[in-house]
Design a protein around this ligand. Structure first.
Ligand SMILES: NC(=O)c1ccc[n+]([C@@H]2O[C@H](COP(=O)([O-])OP(=O)(O)OC[C@H]3O[C@@H](n4cnc5c(N)ncnc54)[C@H](O)[C@@H]3O)[C@@H](O)[C@H]2O)c1
Length: 334
């Protein structure tokens, strides 16, 4: 069942084709009837507006939640309490405390609670993770993920307060999930952040630099932006034996040699918004989630591990407010 039939739901629904043997869409739910009906029609699924009514459907085993961020926590909790496995779009919840409560609920009920960190589900990231033990100790990671959004892409982006955060809530989860993935079980000892707002259409920060100090003198930097018209997406990892890079989310290089490249037609114009095909990420994510539900090996962040990321985002937001409130709050142009 799908809850939230807006912008990103199209990518999830498209990913279902080809997975008919594993996943059948039973129902769609949206507070907007027309949106629920549009999403349901190609699958001959039920279209509903009431989450509680939908969660009572006995034929539903699992729920994909793609509603606005503030609903992730409450809707995930309701789904778990109804005995359903949950895949929830990032961020898992709005606070670490809420995320940890969800993880506890899932564990108590023996259900899968997975967070939708879409960008870990491709060959470049999977190969990096599998190969990195050969490359010696990791010292440092640099992530740059800079895109351009000309104002809010959904009304709720504009409604988020500076306190609730914009890019630190909506986009940082992708980059920080990658950092957490390569850093393993350790959480950072120190978190430093600069954040700024360049655009007027929203209240929260739209550009940030995050510096993380990990145990063992390892470190990570993350630069995220909604203000870069020339899309820039690069991850650089410094190991004892050399440098690994993931360029445009798809090309994995080890000391300059290309280890993984995407099939033709995926990187159409990677420096333009919409210039990359992303469908395979969403399809692989659904496959991994189905494997998690079947208790098979998978690469989804789940339970307490997924909640750990939200604790980190809490720390990042607090650091941003402490250092950069004057760069976010005041109206620009004065
Ligand atoms: N993984 C990714 O790369 C990625 C990309 C974009 C968005 N997202 C995430 O997906 C989520 C949705 O983003 P979006 O851009 O599609 O937003 P959106 O506003 O376009 O879609 C949200 C949908 O939820 C519906 N909705 C609102 N309140 C509801 C309720 N109470 N019950 C049921 N439905 C309700 C809205 O009517 C809307 O159709 C966000 O959490 C966002 O962070 C993830």
């Amino acid at each position: 069942m799908l809850i939230g039939c807006g912008r990103i739901s199209g990518a999830h629904l498209a990913a279902l084709s080809g997975l008919e043997n594993e996943i059948r869409l039973v129902a769609t739910v949206d507070s907007d009837t027309a949106a629920a009906e549009r999403a349901a029609a190609p699958f001959a699924a039920l279209a509903l507006t009431d989450v509680a009514q939908a969660l009572a459907l006995p034929q539903v085993d699992a729920v994909l939640i793609a509603s606005p961020n503030a609903l992730h926590g409450p809707q995930s909790l309701a789904a778990l309490q109804a005995g359903k496995h949950v895949l929830v779009e990032k961020p898992l919840a709005e606070s670490g405390m809420e995320a940890r409560a969800l993880a506890t609920e899932a564990e108590r009920r023996g259900l899968v609670l997975a967070a939708g960190h879409t960008y870990r589900h491709n060959a470049a990231v999977a190969t990096l993770i599998d190969r990195m033990p050969e490359w010696g100790p990791l010292r440092a990671v640099e992530v740059s993920s800079c895109v351009f959004w000309d104002g809010p892409q959904a009304p709720w982006w504009a409604e988020r307060t500076a306190e609730e955060g914009l890019i630190l809530s909506l986009f940082a989860p992708h980059s920080l999930d990658f950092v957490q993935l390569v850093m393993g079980q350790d959480d950072p000892l120190r978190v430093q952040v600069e954040a700024a707002r360049w655009q007027m259409g929203w209240q929260g920060e739209d550009e940030a630099m995050i510096l993380l100090g990990y145990p063992g003198r390892r470190m990570a930097s993350v630069h995220i932006s909604y203000n870069q018209r020339r899309v820039f997406d690069r991850k650089v990892l410094h190991f004892a034996h050399g440098v690994a890079e993931i360029v445009d989310g798809e090309i994995l290089k080890w000391n300059g040699e290309v280890l993984v490249a995407p099939p033709a037609g995926v990187l159409i114009e990677p420096t333009a918004m919409g210039g990359r095909k992303l469908g395979h990420f969403f399809a692989q994510q659904l496959r991994e989630f189905a494997a998690a539900v079947r208790r098979e090996p998978h690469r989804c962040p789940t339970g307490k591990d997924a909640a750990r990321l939200i604790d980190l985002i809490d720390r990042v937001k607090a650091a941003a407010r402490a250092t950069s409130a004057d760069a976010v709050d005041p109206p620009l142009g004065g």
